[in-house]
Design a protein. Structure first.
Length: 148
């Protein structure tokens, strides 16, 4: 995890060794027909409930993200999530939201993707890489652009 990412997370209330109860997330996923992969459960235990806002490093724009499955599930419909899963070749489970428009999803392998309005991008090969991407310390890899 990058220095900037760690600072943003600490300002949002996260700390090293943080562990939260994820039983509510497990119930929500069961009710909505999604799987909570072991890697996602581990990620949510440490980062679940974190909402971080910060200034984007290159543009100076305000940005934020929330690690909250309820928000992720409300961010886009299940048909879009299924379409993204077909594109990446793995099932996906929503776990959060970025800037009210991008749904964040994790695969069983731990890769994190984001989708909005038909766009799909890879945020990282792990939750920590995705947090670095969300905080501007690594680049998003575009996978699908509906304009092309």
């Amino acid at each position: 995890m990058g220095v900037r990412t760690e600072e943003i997370l600490k300002n949002a209330g996260w700390y090293t060794g943080r562990q939260v109860d994820i039983s509510g997330y497990e119930r929500l996923y069961r009710q909505r027909g999604y799987e909570m992969w072991p890697v996602l459960a581990e990620f949510l235990r440490e980062f679940g409930g974190v909402t971080a806002s910060y200034e984007w490093p290159t543009k100076g724009d305000e940005s934020w993200f929330e690690i909250n499955p309820a928000e992720g599930l409300s961010g886009t419909d299940s048909s879009e999530i299924a379409r993204c899963a077909r594109t990446v070749g793995e099932p996906l489970t929503p776990f959060g939201l970025q800037d009210s428009v991008t749904t964040l999803m994790m695969s069983p392998s731990g890769k994190v993707y984001g989708t909005m309005d038909g766009y799909l991008g890879l945020y990282g090969n792990s939750g920590e890489e995705a947090l670095d991407c969300l905080c501007g310390e690594r680049n998003l890899i575009p996978l699908r652009d509906p304009r092309r």
